[in-house]
Design a protein around this ligand. Sequence first.
Ligand SMILES: *Cc1c(COP(=O)(O)O)cnc(C)c1O
Length: 365
Amino acid sequence: MERIYNFSAGPAVLPREVLEQARDELVNWQGCGMSVMEMSHRGKEFSGIAAEAEADFRELLAVPANYRILFMQGGAIAQNAIIPMNLLGQKQTADYVVTGIWSEKSQKEARRYTTVNIAATAEASGHTTVPPMADWTLSTDPAYLFTCTNETIGGVEYPFVPDLAQIGRAEVSVVADMSSHILSRQIDVSKYGLIFGGAQKNIGPAGLTFVIVRDDLLGYAMPHCPSAFDYRVVADNQSMYNTPATYSLYIAGLVFRWLKEQGGVAAMEQRNIVKAKWLYDALDQDGFYTTSVDPACRSRMNVPFFLKDERLNDTFLTEAKAAGLVQLKGHKSVGGMRASIYNAMPAEGVQALVRFLHDFSRRHG
Ligand SMILES: *Cc1c(COP(=O)(O)O)cnc(C)c1O
């Protein structure tokens, strides 16, 4: 069977070239006589794979030298606890900006460890926008300010950098959950204290969690923080304090190399702008569909939309599947449809979806 276009929010589509290379190397990696899955994580072969993956990730995002890249496990949800356990130090409060389901979950988890101040929330809008920084109310001395810069479920993406210097609070470190838009656009890492996410949206297979953290934030873990989740311990052991998700890291490394061959993050960003524009234009112009996110905050990666006549939802999904377009059903908390169009979604996939949107509305409108 030819590959279908998979619009899943995650685990998500991977580049065909990466899957083919992994297939070719599956049983015998580069003539060493074994699979990457069978290698010791401390052996020469895997050490090289891990070092190259980290170096390429660093290069792609131009991560400054005073930041460490950690590969951990537990996903972004585990980080919701690991972050306060590591960053609170002597502070009594952490600030959260709530823009949807993921940042809401994050602030809830943090309450198990500290006092949470909601610096801003977009709840009144039904989480369809990002409150402007001028409206954020930070606490006096927070350990950090937490953001989710792309809400995967709601499809809300920050249209600005949460640079607290602009509101006179440069001393507060910004933490960002970038699970679903890391590597989709250029970012200035130096504006953040910590960036994290699960790999299974825009990087590779599930099981791998990335953390990019500024040096000076290491070393403050709570006494009860598990050693495997203590950033200082993980950093001092080059992410090998315990066995990392070796195969997921290997695939992530192949994706990083693929991204470099594609022209890097700047080139991907240009393509992502174009792909998202095709899709939003089709939704806006057709008259058969609606979207609810503030146009200024529309995510380039996750595009939720609704059929005006929701009785057609099942027919839409059935016909889409028959046309080779799958995983378009919206998250249960939002309803409707959602198309995730990550880096690895080819332009042809988005074009096929746009054709299907018009075709479906013509036949059922
Ligand atoms: C998917 C997702 C998560 C959850 O990630 P897990 O790896 O399942 O823990 C958290 N935050 C965002 C923004 C996500 O997209």
